[in-house]
Design a protein around this ligand. Structure first.
Ligand code: BTN
Length: 259
């Protein structure tokens, strides 16, 4: 992975400046530190490995060196904190369309943040925000993509549910090319989010998702809901139709597709 090559492929504002590290705790933490110091929107942190890679819901993100993508983008969108899910939706759309174009794989989005290929997880997005007075001061969108990881390298407990670009296509892929494609796609979709063309973003998400129309189980804290994933609303919340017929809105949770 050569940072100069990545920079040469960047077309927009996202990734114009890149901080690269061999190893970090978490690129999200590094990016948040840079944002605190006033680094601008579009600055990207990339690491070859992470010692404390974070997933959603306090989970660990497996981040060995030399094989995968771990990167975080500083964003400063002028949207309300209640709309923060849209940032993850935007990044998921960017990553999915970039991966589809480059690899030919049928990558789909599992609400809210999982990138899937044939029901296995190939990547994930973790957006963390700092807010004050109903404004987002900054958002850090962290992206992890399993690129050249072999099945044996995954820990036992996720071996059956995780996959990589190499495992699915049978050939190794250039991390540099994938990073360029993702950052350019995010530049495009982020502009659409900022222009508040929400319907365009949400309809692209609906086209790329594998969650809608499926029977799902969602765990939200101590509560579990089972129902039909019917749609997402303007804020990116999932709308479930419960067996009683009642519609339940869910802002964040752990989702399992039942069939
Ligand atoms: C998830 O699916 O739970 C989200 C995973 C996000 C992982 C990425 S890797 C780069 C960035 N740094 C982190 O510590 N996490 C995100």
């Amino acid at each position: 992975m050569v940072i100069e090559d990545i920079k040469a492929g960047i077309k927009g504002d996202i990734g114009r400046e890149i901080f690269f590290y061999e190893t970090v705790g978490s690129t999200n933490t590094i990016a948040a530190g840079l944002a605190e110091k006033g680094e601008a929107e579009g600055v990207v942190v990339i690491a070859d490995s992470q010692e404390r890679g974070r997933g959603r819901l306090g989970r660990f993100w497996v981040s060995p060196p030399g094989v995968n993508i771990y990167m975080s983008i500083i964003l400063r969108p002028e949207i309300e904190p209640k709309d923060a899910t849209l940032i993850t939706i935007m990044a998921a759309v960017g990553c999915t369309s970039a991966l589809r174009r480059l690899t030919g794989l049928n990558v789909t989005i599992k609400w809210p943040n999982d990138l899937m290929v044939s029901d296995k997880k190939i990547g994930g997005i973790l957006t963390e925000t700092k807010t004050a007075h109903k404004r987002i001061i900054y958002a850090i969108t962290g992206i992890g993509i399993n690129v050249n990881m072999d099945q044996d390298a995954f820990p036992e407990d996720i071996k059956e549910v995780a996959t990589s670009v190499k495992m699915e296509t049978g050939i190794p892929h250039s991390r540099t090319e994938i990073i360029i494609e993702i950052l350019n796609a995010i530049d495009y979709w982020y502009r659409i989010l900022k222009e508040m063309r929400r319907r365009m973003l949400l309809s692209e998400w609906q086209y790329l998702t594998s969650t809608l129309g499926r029977k799902v189980r969602v765990t939200v804290g101590k509560e579990t809901f089972t129902g039909l994933a019917e749609s997402i609303d303007d804020e990116g919340m999932l709308i479930l139709r419960l067996p009683s017929g009642v519609l339940q809105k869910i802002s964040a949770g752990d989702l399992t597709i039942l069939r």
